[in-house]
Ligand binder design. Structure first.
Ligand SMILES: *[C@@H]1O[C@H](CO)[C@@H](O)[C@H](O)[C@H]1NC(C)=O
Ligand SMILES: *[C@@H]1O[C@H](CO)[C@@H](O)[C@H](O)[C@H]1NC(C)=O
Ligand SMILES: *[C@@H]1O[C@H](CO)[C@@H](O)[C@H](O)[C@H]1NC(C)=O
Ligand SMILES: *[C@@H]1O[C@H](CO)[C@@H](O)[C@H](O)[C@H]1NC(C)=O
Length: 423
């Protein structure tokens, strides 16, 4: 989790597009509908859960700052054994339309839910670690339904939720794979596999690094972007003082949580960046000790947490997903760079998130048109405060529609592409 042209460039893009078009005609991306069926793996999982021993009482009485509390873990353990039913969860996950496609040799799993409205806005939602496509399930249906924006325009979305490489049903990437590679294949997913010439995006956690790379590198196709996290090191308290940035009471809470996370909350990050195999092999066949309690106050339920952990365990993803840290060891730059795009960028700071970026800092990295603060919800906004995230994405949609003037540029670009095909 928690954890980013000039003419010559245009021709390179056209060339790459052409090469992709040729490879598409040979492999066709192997786009296939997909049904989740992990049932045969559940008995072993339940045996492991049942055989898990936990201490009778905590060794030391400390709060969650030293890691998950024994009470929370016992609750989850008991619920897992006695109430949690994978088949029920699996049936709910299968209520969405899942697909797989093969892009540059990577199997990419994704959900694609369409609205039926010909003017629907394509939007890609990119999750992070320890999340999965599951993080966005509470908002997908609402987004595909028509709503009226503040300006009176009707809005609905075609929603695409891919699984990051190495996560659940997407294959593990090669050793030299970074967030930029993931961005490239996700742009191919949106444009070539699904045929959207422009689209909007939302990113959180590592997904925000992927989304920022998309926003920066594909400025003709990504035409609006919403973030709740950016992978730039947040300012320290001293920097805030030096820059005379005063915080609201709510912002102070977030800033404090961010500072705490940076000083005492990043053990997992260091471990996963420097020794991914040690923790990865330990968790490979052990569903026990990893649950996170979300970022309260939130509406994140034990069922959502257990479904998430089960998804990781049942797909053998603990190892391949946490390798994302090691593959992107420089993925959290301290120098803020501005994305070369005029596409609108929106940011929402959720109060209980674990990183705080003031508006002045977010404005450095893109064409910021909206900066909001939300006093409920944390790092997993899609699970913790779905109505607020739905509202954020609708606002994103309104900006995307307003940006329609840009599609002229895109259409010309598409014409050029066609001319190249024809030559
Ligand atoms: C896209 O980025 C290039 C620089 O990399 C810039 O010249 C161009 O104006 C940008 N296009 C848009 C639509 O922002
Ligand atoms: C999963 O596969 C098993 C056979 O391995 C089958 O009995 C079951 O009906 C399948 N479930 C779903 C949801 O397709
Ligand atoms: C757990 O294991 C015990 C001992 O083998 C068994 O009696 C019990 O039924 C199991 N519980 C569950 C929920 O599988
Ligand atoms: C800091 O900001 C306050 C208002 O927020 C202003 O009154 C003050 O002059 C500023 N100080 C500096 C050094 O810019």
């Amino acid at each position: 989790m928690r954890s980013t042209h000039n003419l010559a460039c245009l021709f390179t893009t056209i060339f790459v597009t052409l090469v992709n078009a040729i490879s598409r005609s040979t492999d066709g991306f192997d786009l296939k509908p997909f049904t989740i069926n992990l049932s045969s793996r559940v008995p072993r999982l339940m045996t492991l859960v049942n055989n898990t021993r936990l201490p009778e009482k905590p060794l030391y009485t400390v709060d969650q700052q030293k890691g998950i509390e024994l009470d929370v873990l016992r609750d989850l353990h008991s619920e897992w054994l006695h109430n949690f039913d994978w088949e029920t969860q699996q049936a709910q996950l299968n209520e969405f339309s899942h697909y797989t496609a093969v892009i540059e040799g990577q199997t990419v799993h994704f959900i694609h839910e369409t609205s039926g409205d010909p003017d629907a806005i394509p939007v890609i939602l990119v999750h992070g670690w320890p999340g999965s496509f599951q993080e966005f399930l509470p908002i997908i249906r609402a987004l595909t339904q028509s709503s009226t924006s503040a300006t009176g325009a009707k809005l609905s979305f075609n929603v695409v939720v891919p699984s990051l490489p190495g996560f659940v049903f997407s294959s593990a990437p090669p050793l030299d794979w970074t967030v930029d590679d993931t961005a490239r294949i996700f742009n191919t997913l949106m444009t070539e596999v699904l045929g959207y010439s422009t689209y909007a995006l939302h990113g959180t956690d590592w997904g925000s690094a992927v989304a920022y790379s998309l926003y920066s590198s594909f400025n003709t196709t990504v035409r609006a972007a919403h973030f709740v996290w950016v992978n730039f090191v947040p300012p320290t308290q001293q920097e805030l003082v030096d820059k005379n940035i005063t915080l609201s009471p709510g912002e102070k809470i977030t800033e404090h949580r961010g500072t705490d996370w940076a000083t005492i909350g990043q053990g997992y990050l260091n471990e996963q960046t420097t020794k991914p195999n040690d923790i990865g092999y330990s968790l490979y066949d052990s569903p026990g000790p990893t649950p996170r309690a979300g970022t309260p106050p939130s509406v994140l339920t034990n069922t959502a947490i257990l479904t998430s952990i089960s998804l990781y365990y049942l797909t053998d993803s603990f190892l391949s997903a946490l390798w994302m840290y090691a593959l992107n060891a420089n993925g959290f730059p301290s120098e803020y760079t501005k994305a070369p795009t005029d596409a609108p960028m929106l940011f929402t700071q959720y109060q209980y998130n674990v990183g705080f970026w003031p508006e002045q800092y977010i404005a450095k990295v893109g064409n910021l048109v909206s900066y909001k603060f939300n006093d409920f919800g944390g790092h997993f906004a899609g699970l913790e405060n779905p109505p607020a995230l739905i509202e954020d994405i609708r606002e994103l949609g309104a900006h995307f529609k307003r940006d329609k003037a840009q599609t002229k540029v895109v259409d010309q670009y598409a014409d050029m592409k066609n001319q190249v095909y024809l030559q």
